[in-house]
Design a protein around this ligand. Structure first.
Ligand code: KG4
Ligand code: ZN
Length: 330
């Protein structure tokens, strides 16, 4: 097993970790608070913050692992997708370290990183399994056929589910990041409203979340105009209930169609308690084994990037110096 220093700067988390296979030796994450007052991530601010924070975060991760640069076998970095300026900070930094210390550089796809977060929390987990990836930018159901081998079976046609949480939270007057705030509000409400699901087709298992978000916004608008009183907590609970039910239905249907009895969930939205409970309840009912990352590995972190890199070879270009933040997975 190689000792790897991993770097992740795809969005507003500046993260570094030292990993060895599925073991995390040290991990540090700085969640940039500077975006809160704008109600969303400002790409230029994210990039500039990464430049300032990354060296310190790398030092933290190395110190926490008790490893120096001399003890490393490789450098790994998120090579896309994400905010291009933010990604390029991490990629440039990783290339410079790899070049200076003569280490191979392993470019990692961000989604592959999220999927591999499951291997950190579940040492016994191995392919094949179905993985639902739910983040701010993606909503994918993939079959993990082998280490490093994925087949996409469904995805969102418009908003990612995390994006829908964030946009609905904004409409409810909650701040950014909206997902956790909407979850907290939903805990105080009851899912009394029902929304029509965009896709009911059996021919595909794709998602759509843009209509759900719009339905909630229109509903509040109509009730406001009619002077009707309503509880924002009930609306949050109803939105969350429908979003999660959609994810549960299609993920379990994908598992049935593929004849696979193991389901993993990864990405920022997988830290949602109601989602975890809903999947757990259905999994128990259907005799499916369910795998969830520990909460600290749900949202963006570098440990998952290091873990993924452990399964990858530096492709073609051993120094990895051709990495340009445009890695593709499917
Ligand atoms: O994986 P992630 O950290 O970054 C991306 O790759 O996008 O996911 C961030 C997304 C955001 O949309 C955030 O609102 C959502 O995950 N999220 C949540 C929760 N925690 C984070 N959504 C719902 N409930 C949560 N508890
Ligand atoms: Zn992510």
């Amino acid at each position: 097993m190689r000792t790897i220093l991993a770097i992740e700067t795809s969005c507003d988390e500046t993260a570094a970790a030292v990993t060895n296979g599925r073991d995390v030796l040290g991990s540090a994450v700085y969640t940039q608070k500077e975006h809160e007052k704008y109600g969303g991530v400002v790409p230029e601010i994210a990039s500039r913050n990464h430049i300032v924070k990354l060296p310190y975060i790398i030092d933290d991760a190395l110190e926490c692992a008790g490893v120096g640069f001399g003890g490393l076998d490789a450098i790994a970095v998120t090579d896309g997708p994400g905010l291009i300026g933010a990604l390029l900070v991490g990629v440039a930094y990783a290339k410079a370290l790899a070049y200076y210390f003569s280490l191979p550089l392993i470019p990692v796809h961000h989604i592959e990183g999220h999927i591999c977060s499951l291997y950190i929390s579940h040492k016994e987990l191995g392919p094949p399994f179905i993985c639902l990836v739910v983040s701010g930018g993606h909503t994918h159901i993939a079959v993990v056929e082998d280490y490093g081998k994925y087949r996409l079976v469904a995805k969102t046609r418009d908003d990612a589910v995390g994006e829908a949480f964030d946009k609905t939270a904004r409409a409810l007057g909650l701040g950014y990041p909206g997902g956790p705030k909407l979850e907290a509000l939903a805990r105080e409400g009851t899912p009394i409203y029902r929304y029509t699901r965009g896709f009911r087709a059996k021919s595909h298992l794709d998602f759509t979340f843009s209509g759900l978000k719009t339905a909630v916004i229109n509903q509040m608008h109509n009730m406001d105009q009619k002077g009707e009183s309503y509880s924002k907590a009930d609306i949050a609970a109803s939105f969350q209930h429908e979003a999660i039910s959609f994810l549960v239905d299609n993920t379990f249907e994908a598992a049935a169609r593929e004849g696979i009895d193991k389901i993993g969930i990864a990405g920022g939205v997988s830290s949602n308690g109601a989602l975890r409970m809903a999947f757990d309840e259905r999994a128990k009912r259907q005799g499916i084994a369910l795998y969830l990352p520990e909460p600290k590995y749900c949202t963006d972190n570098a440990a998952m990037i290091g873990c993924a890199a452990g399964f990858l070879e530096p492709a073609g270009d051993p120094m990895g110096l051709n990495a340009d933040a445009s890695k593709m997975l499917f």
